[in-house]
Design a protein around this ligand. Structure first.
Ligand code: SAM
Length: 357
């Protein structure tokens, strides 16, 4: 953005890897919203393809907001690096407003201009809330961030943004994210044993895909004939920890969604008798808790989730959060009784294979 003249100038990303990634997410445009978030108006229902992981992640972020407010905070500053269509930032800002924060400053940025446009369009109503200053900009995480030192309470970098960056740039990026964060940093990436993803759509839409781990290059040919190639890196748990350990206290490093993906029925294949079973979901959540930090399982989860805190908070928080306590079905007031289901939708129209980003 050219701030002096108040106009948005699109500057193409500097690095070749960012240009490729931007092209893929630009091409997907708003279809990516439907794939990643389901209905973007239903911010707190978590009944999209990736409901379990989203619910779990949200419970952690929500807890951070509640803690800030309980500590007497009236204002909160948020940053979402690689915000995509902005669903997560809208969610956090909306909830912060409900919690009574009177001043909410939030910036999301993404290298894909089409995602930023979607975020701006979807975020219009939230931008108009009193006390809210929410902006979405085109920006490359490989560039220095404009935020001053220690100016952001919660920094998000969710669903594989870091997996798209060249590994050689990651230490610099981690240090830059830490420079601006005064509170918590929350990220998810794909671990080495995760299920496959083609990033912008479910994998059954791909005719062919292949990830070359030596070059971290993934090639995808979609059924409509479209071909894309992007950089994509799968992390070991150790690698992710070592990346952020010099900068943050590591509060939480877990495998996220080890079992749920596998247990979702697919209506193209399973008979109606294999329904979504709420009791089974609760059992699965217990299993997730048991195995989330088990070295044999965590790197086979769909995502690796890391929560880091600024040095000054290292000893002040207790993030132990029970997986089993994550609500098994939509429970937020914004899922109105009429829309709320007593259980998640029985069978999704598309199989949840692969999970998000
Ligand atoms: C799987 S999507 C996740 C989007 C969003 N964080 C979410 O959770 O819905 C990955 C996003 O990372 C963005 N991205 C990848 N490399 C980036 C970079 N160097 N700078 C900024 N954004 C980037 C992509 O454009 C894409 O929107």
């Amino acid at each position: 953005m050219d701030r002096q003249r108040g106009v948005h100038l699109y500057r193409p990303p500097h690095s070749i890897s960012s240009r490729y990634v931007a092209a893929v997410y630009n091409q997907a445009g708003e279809d990516y919203v439907a794939y990643a978030d389901g209905n973007p108006e239903r911010l707190f229902c978590f009944d999209g393809l990736h409901g379990y992981a989203d619910r779990h992640l949200w419970s952690l972020i929500e807890r951070k907001l509640v803690d800030l407010r309980a500590a007497g905070g009236n204002s909160v500053t948020l940053l979402d690096a690689g915000c995509g269509p902005g669903t997560w930032l809208r969610r956090v800002v909306t909830h912060a407003h409900r919690l009574g924060f009177s001043k909410i400053k939030a910036r999301g940025f993404d290298v894909a201009v089409a995602q930023v446009q979607a975020a701006r369009r979807l975020g219009r109503a939230v931008c108009g809330l009193p006390g809210v200053n929410l902006t979405f900009e085109v920006g490359d995480l490989l560039d220095p961030l404009p935020e001053p030192n220690a100016s952001v309470d919660i920094t998000l970098c969710l669903y594989s943004v870091l997996s798209h960056l060249p590994v050689s740039d990651l230490p610099r990026v981690a240090s830059e994210l830490a420079r601006v964060t005064s509170g918590h940093f929350i990220t998810t990436v794909r671990p080495i044993g995760s299920t496959p993803t083609v990033f912008v759509d479910s994998i059954e839409r791909a005719r062919h895909f292949k990830l070359d781990h030596r070059s971290d290059r993934c090639e995808v040919e979609f059924c409509n004939g479209c071909r894309v190639a992007v950089s994509f890196h799968l992390f070991t748990a150790r690698e992710l920890k070592d990346l952020f350990h010099p900068h943050f206290g590591i509060e939480y490093l877990h495998g996220l969604d080890i079992f749920h993906n596998r247990f979702m029925p697919d209506r193209r294949w399973n008979p109606p008798a294999v329904l979504h079973d709420e009791r089974l979901m609760i059992r699965l959540a217990q299993l997730e808790e048991t195995y989330a930090t088990d070295p044999n399982f965590m790197e086979r989860a769909t995502h690796l989730l890391l929560v880091g805190c600024h040095e000054s908070l290292r000893h002040g928080t207790n993030m132990r959060r029970s997986f089993a306590s994550i609500p098994p079905h939509p429970s937020h007031p914004s899922c109105s009784p009429r829309r709320r289901r007593s259980r998640p939708p029985a069978i999704r129209s598309r199989a949840p294979i692969g999970g998000g980003g």
